[in-house]
Design a protein around this ligand. Structure first.
Ligand SMILES: Cc1cc2nc3c(=O)[nH]c(=O)nc-3n(C[C@H](O)[C@H](O)[C@H](O)COP(=O)(O)OP(=O)(O)OC[C@H]3O[C@@H](n4cnc5c(N)ncnc54)[C@H](O)[C@@H]3O)c2cc1C
Length: 128
């Protein structure tokens, strides 16, 4: 993640959705706005331990002043999801990339059927 392309966000909320999944709310550091995103987009986050991991944005794109991530804690984690669950605190500053979308809804579709399992629901929630 290069400093030139990254942005900074404050962790403004964190709570358990299930025993294995936490929701993390991010807002622009220093009151700066976060870039817009489309449903299905993800950001790359530099974690407290220095690793970089991708997380889908699970809030609605119309929700313009925050990003919400849903993070599943992998039982065999090499550190990324464990750091998000155990080291990340409300008030921390995170470095992340602007959102990228490799999983967008087809704009030409008359309707879309949303199917997801497990933590794969995060981008689908944003689409819904
Ligand atoms: C575009 C994108 C969007 C994503 N969105 C989300 C999201 O919304 N929420 C979310 O929770 N995650 C998401 N992820 C996954 C996330 O980026 C991390 O991969 C996840 O948090 C696990 O990171 P970790 O460091 O804890 O696990 P890692 O240590 O990176 O391990 C990842 C998986 O590999 C397995 N593994 C570990 N070590 C080995 C090994 N030596 N050999 C073989 N397999 C091994 C583990 O079982 C583990 O489940 C997304 C990934 C991408 C690419």
């Amino acid at each position: 993640m290069s400093d030139a392309t990254s942005l900074y966000a404050i962790v403004t909320g964190k709570h358990a959705e299930t025993p294995d999944i936490c929701a993390v709310e991010l807002r622009g550091a220093g009151g700066r706005p976060l870039p817009d995103f489309s449903a299905g987009a993800h950001v790359e986050v530099r974690l407290p331990g220095g690793q970089t991991r991708s997380y889908s944005l699970c809030n609605a794109p119309s929700d313009r002043d925050r990003y919400v991530l849903g993070v599943h804690k992998s039982r065999t984690s090499r550190g990324g999801s464990r750091a998000m669950h155990e080291a990340l605190m409300v008030g921390d500053t995170l470095q992340l990339t602007a959102p990228r979308n490799l999983f967008a809804l087809a704009p030409e579709a008359d309707h879309s059927v949303l199917v997801a399992a497990g933590i794969g629901i995060t981008p689908i929630l944003s689409m819904a």
